[in-house]
Design a protein around this ligand. Structure first.
Ligand code: FES
Length: 121
């Protein structure tokens, strides 16, 4: 889906203040019906879906190094720039827009996509 279509009309919402997230770490925030992991590398902020697609660990509690977060449960790594899993580009987590307004960190998070159930034969 085109990113402009996906985020059209979705407002940025404040989640934290500058200084709330230590360098090299993330924090998890509830935004609408989703959990969002926001990371700070010392220069900029990045936001991804907090839920690891392997078994559901909170990615926001994993360490950030070299632009990727390591899942705290089984060490799968996800690139913050595009959400891609380091072992296969076939799997990725959602990446969200982040902006700084004054001393506030804001994210723009579309609603979770509908769950697709397998079709019966
Ligand atoms: S739950 Fe994240 S790697 Fe297993």
């Amino acid at each position: 889906m085109n990113d402009d279509v996906r985020t059209n009309g979705i407002p940025f919402v404040p989640v934290a203040r500058l200084g709330d997230i230590p360098v090299g770490e993330g924090r998890t925030y509830a935004v609408g019906d989703r959990l969002v992991a926001v990371f700070f590398d010392g220069i900029s902020y990045a936001a991804i879906d907090d839920i690891c697609p392997h078994m559901g660990a909170s990615l926001g509690s994993g360490p950030l190094r070299d632009g990727a977060v390591t899942c705290p449960w089984h060490a799968w790594r996800f690139r913050l720039s595009d959400g891609v899993w380091s072992d296969s580009s076939q799997l990725k987590v959602d990446v969200f827009d982040v902006r700084i307004v004054g001393d506030t960190i804001e994210v723009r998070v579309p609603p979770a996509p509908p769950i697709e159930l397998p079709q019966r034969p």
